[in-house]
Design a protein around this ligand. Structure first.
Ligand code: NAP
Length: 312
């Protein structure tokens, strides 16, 4: 693993909503395996299962309180902008209760909002930071222009964005500014929500009710390019004596983000991720993968700024 890069556990699936068949016992086992495997950064959001993910994370971390001191790990959560900036503090209090803690290490704005100016919200977040309730302020899914404007209001510690072989453009667009402003980069969805495991070639391979069915690689103009990418990833994985998910994950680790969030949802997946961190792949393979990712990226329209094609 890149020596600067830390691995974090993404707890989105623990909210079960988007991931329709997530079982609570699997979430608990995954989280325990992550803690036992040495992961010390946990990423959740108020919106994951309407607070269910925050609650599960808080309750389970509390069960480790005799083994882990609160300062041994970091918790990041995210909020959507409430209708009024004055609601930031009450909203954060709810998260603190669910997370069974008195401090959120990173508080992100989850998504920008075209109807709301984020600056007054950042001022409220800064007040919480001064009071020690929030360790650091982060933004997620921001464009470079919004990041620039946010960093003029307050110190932005973290910038979270998607990064995988199916989505390189956020890294390319945001990392120069992050470097100048000394903002730490946090990469999410390294397996493109599991689409790079090779198990899903079309939406029909996912269960009905699984919301990943609507992701853009399953429809044209990107579906053919997606199948080509899977084919090439499969060949490189077998040449490298590994599997597609491991190779796709290692490529993300090699891109130099400060934190990479894995979205493992079973203990077995989490253990495979931990094992993959120990594997070695020759750098020409990564160069080839970068070319493959660039070529795939050409099917995505310039104005799309997130892999959900979410209009914020
Ligand atoms: N800021 C944001 O807006 C935002 C957006 C997305 C994610 N995130 C954060 O980033 C975290 C990670 O994102 P993600 O869940 O999309 O991560 P991911 O690692 O790209 O995808 C996770 C999915 O991949 C499959 N998987 C995981 N490990 C695997 C393995 N070893 N082999 C094969 N398949 C495997 C699982 O799905 P199946 O087994 O069902 O295929 C799993 O649910 C989230 O939990 C969240 O904390 C943030």
């Amino acid at each position: 693993m890149s020596s600067r890069c830390a691995l974090g556990l993404g707890c989105w699936a623990f909210g079960a909503d988007y991931w329709h068949d997530q079982r609570r016992e699997d979430s608990v086992r995954t989280l325990h395996a992550a803690i036992r495997g040495g992961i010390r950064h946990f990423d959740t959001a108020q919106g994951y299962g309407k607070g269910m993910s925050e609650q599960l994370l808080g309750q389970q971390l509390r069960r480790f309180r005799n083994e882990l001191h609160r300062s041994d790990y970091t918790i990041a959560t995210k909020m959507f902008l409430p209708s009024d900036p004055a609601e930031v503090a009450p909203t954060v209090s709810v998260s603190l209760r669910r997370l069974c803690t008195d401090r959120i290490d990173i508080l992100y704005i989850h998504w920008p909002d075209s109807k709301r100016d984020c600056r007054p919200y950042l001022e409220q977040m800064e007040t919480l930071r001064r009071r020690g309730i929030v360790g650091s302020i982060g933004v997620s899914n921001f464009t470079p222009a919004l990041l620039q404007s946010a960093s003029e209001v307050t110190e932005i510690g973290y910038c979270q964005f998607p990064l995988s072989l199916l989505w390189m453009k956020s890294l390319e667009r945001l990392s120069p500014l992050c470097a100048v402003r000394k903002i730490k980069t946090v990469a999410y969805s390294p397996l493109a929500l599991g689409l790079l495991s090779g198990r899903y070639r079309s939406a029909a391979d996912l269960a009905e009710g699984d919301r990943r069915r609507s992701l853009f690689p399953f429809s044209e103009p990107c579906h053919h390019a997606f199948l080509d990418l899977l084919e090439a990833l499969g060949v490189l994985a077998s040449q490298s004596k590994t599997d597609m998910a491991t190779l796709a994950f290692l490529w993300v680790l090699a891109q130099g983000a400060d934190i990479v969030l894995t979205g493992a949802r079973t203990k077995e997946q989490l253990e495979r991720v931990l094992l993959s961190v120990e594997s070695h792949v020759d750098s020409p393979v990564f160069d080839e993968l970068t070319e493959i990712a660039r070529s795939f990226g050409r099917c995505i329209e310039e104005h799309e700024d997130n892999p959900f094609f979410h209009r914020w």
